[in-house]
Design a protein. Structure first.
Length: 287
């Protein structure tokens, strides 16, 4: 499978939509935009080709679903009444686009050196990032938007599972509601977890659909956290950061963990367990 074959496969799977396609050979991207208003999404093909080797049609199904939902919600009429739309915060890497394809600037707040906060309108099965033009249409200030979004993320249920690896405790938030990583903005939730920690508390948001919290009680825990975060980051549809963040009472600090041992020298039982954990979450249906 190469980028040209993937381009043709996606075009074939999406030919039922009233859209037009624009392939950029140099950037290896496929732009899918509505015919009526030229709004759409741009898909980077090379990462999909790389994932196709292991995930096969599953990754194609995910991309097709994402495009169908995104294009459907870009109907101007669907956004004519924003009074009842729930606003949520979502995390992105600092390298993520600052403007949409029409040149409208997204509403963004800095979070850490590794993460920025964008704001989105929850549309049920998907969400749409809010730009400054939409913010004006909603008749809200940026501060009001931020307060609404943080209030809504605090109302989410914080269901998590735990796992112990080599004496270190790992908490996984993976509810498939589209806002798992966003829960890192819920200070009350993180502070409650910190009270349970016996060692250093780290958090990770490798992509939007998972939040990892770790109670690091020995040196092995750092190596495990680094490997686990990279596994999720590599397999995420919209990666955020592969670095962990140190956390203490509302303050974050990006941490680069330099493992003393390479993957081949690590305990194979631990590696197998971590990869099984990651696949357990990645195989769940996503929003």
């Amino acid at each position: 499978m190469n980028v040209f074959q993937m381009r043709d496969k996606l075009k074939d799977r999406l030919n039922h939509l009233d859209v037009k396609f624009n392939f950029n050979r140099d950037e290896e991207t496929l732009r899918i935009s509505r015919v009526d208003n030229d709004k759409g999404v741009t898909v980077k093909l090379s990462p999909i080709v790389a994932k196709y080797k292991s995930q096969k049609e599953k990754i194609v199904d995910e991309i097709v679903y994402y495009v169908e939902e995104a294009v459907a919600q870009m109907n101007d009429a669907a956004l004519s009444n924003t009074d009842d739309i729930k606003v949520m915060p979502v995390l992105r890497s600092p390298s993520f686009d600052k403007k949409d394809k029409s040149g409208n600037a997204f509403v963004i707040d800095e979070h850490t050196a590794e993460t920025n906060i964008y704001y989105a309108m929850d549309l049920g099965k998907s969400y749409r990032l809010i730009d400054e033009t939409t913010l004006q249409q909603m008749n809200l200030t940026k501060q009001q938007l931020k307060e609404m979004a943080l209030f809504n993320v605090r109302k989410l249920k914080n269901k998590y599972t735990t796992d112990e690896v080599k004496g270190n405790i790992f908490y996984f938030v993976n509810t498939n509601d589209g806002y798992d990583a966003s829960r890192v903005l819920n200070t009350s939730f993180l502070n409650n977890i910190q009270k349970q920690c016996e060692g250093e508390m780290l958090v990770a948001v490798p992509h939007q659909d998972v939040l990892i919290i770790a109670d690091i009680r020995n040196k092995t825990g750092y190596d495990v956290m680094a490997h686990l975060t990279m596994e999720f980051f590599t397999n995420g549809l919209v990666p955020i950061t592969s670095l962990s963040l140190g956390y203490d009472k509302g303050h974050f600090e990006p941490i680069f963990i330099l493992g003393k041992n390479n993957k081949q020298k690590r305990d194979p039982n631990v590696i197998q367990r971590l990869e099984a954990t990651r696949k357990q979450y990645e195989n769940k249906d996503k929003k």
